[in-house]
Design a protein. Sequence first.
Lengths: 355, 187
Amino acid sequence: MSLAVPDGTGIDLPPVVASSAPGNSAPVRWGHRHLLDLDVVSWPEIELVMQTTDAMREVLARPIAKVPVLRGTGVTILFYEASTRTRVSFEVAAKNLSADVVNIAAATSSVTKGESLVDTIRTVEALGADMIVIRHGTSGAPYLAAEHFGGSILNGGDGWHAHPSQALLDLYTIRGNLPGGPDLHGRKVVILGDVLHSRVARSNIWSLTAAGADLWLCGPSTLLRGFERWAASLAEVPGHGRFTVTADLNAALRDADVVMALRLQRERMSGGLLPSLREYAARFGLTLDRLALARPDVLVMHPGPMNEGVEIAPEVAVDPRSVITDQVTNGVAVRMALLYLLAGAAGKAPEASGG
Amino acid sequence: MTGRQIMTADEIRRATIRISHEIVEKQAGTAGLALVGIQRRGVPLARRIAEAIAEHEGVTLPVGALDITFYRDDLSLVAQQPLVKGTDLPFDLNGATVVLVDDVLYTGRTIRAAMDALVDFGRPQAIRLAVLIDRGHRELPIRADHVGKNVPTSREEIVRVHLAETDGEDGVDIERLVGAVAEPVAG
């Protein structure tokens, strides 16, 4: 079992494994039984996900958007935190591949009777799950699940730590919509807002630096704590992409190719990080005026759900430059690709030979 | 591992042209015909057959590409999967006579998967099968309507089709594996 265990929960510094050499044309195999975060996923593997997602979009465009590739594979969706788009898009993705899908919401399960995570994982395995998509409020919980599960774990978001399927659908959406083509080298991507509490931002750092983007993280300095140290450590890795951390909104937005606003995570906010929501919106909210600093063809993104009028103005969310609905649509295709590739790595997918 | 050639580029060209005549003859014309190549080497073969038909009949038939990765029945056998190369069927299959084209016919499982895939796109009036090589060893009740060359083989042998479009040059080789692990081959 090739289980990756994190050194910490995101702010700490995991080892840099991702290759920063895009363009490798050698055939690539997906080499991971679990998808826990993108820190251990190489750039050629990320490109394999992108190519497989293209094929899944073709499946989605068919009159019958369903293929039998995961027939007989049990996929359990185990969510300990609220979710609409991630849970539904994993469920739709698994069903489109003909998997047998079971949904468990922690609020209505034996978790409320005190069952531990490990017990729940063992129970789900005994009930026939081959793959578990897990979301948990504690950073690292999917790693613990992976230690006790014989199949594949997909991290559907853990605490502040990681949300790899979101980062991959973000990358896919950027590559598909970026004026001038999918190559991100030197393109300025800004992640704006509550970076501190954001697993989306942390996973995106791995994929966007691996893609060669000129990545900027911007927000109130209280919500950027620890990231300068991470940026400095990446800068010491030869050939690896790096990112800039700043509280200067104008510097970040100037000539940006992509602006990704993050949800202000009020439920994770402890006292003293922000004076008030109003002040946050006034100083860091993404408005049309501020967006004028970016390139005219900038892409506006948001992982959802949005606090409209806080981190993003309502008129920005529906602006023609917004690709927020593309993110949701691409989410299904990306998750189909991930389920398919992980099933293959676990010995549940087709071989290349035969007749 | 030793290889010997069983078809030259000229023989492939002649077989392709003969198959193109057979397809039109069997259909008594070109009405309703469509060619669908199975990824990967079936696709250039289907295009070549369509070009040959265009040359002698003056009719350009629709050509599609079919990737059967998502329809294979050998799940859980091997812990790896091929890169999905994509499906493109830019015509209505309903009522058409679809000629599936592949390079090597072996167990028949690829063709079974291809038929499953096709019927998800529509209801063809008929599905026929054209292959460059039939090497025997069927595991399913499937036979080809049009065959470039019948080649008796043993299961320890590998038939490799090379096409200019995918491999730089035309030719068919047969290789005997000597204690080697079989590499994935099309067919």
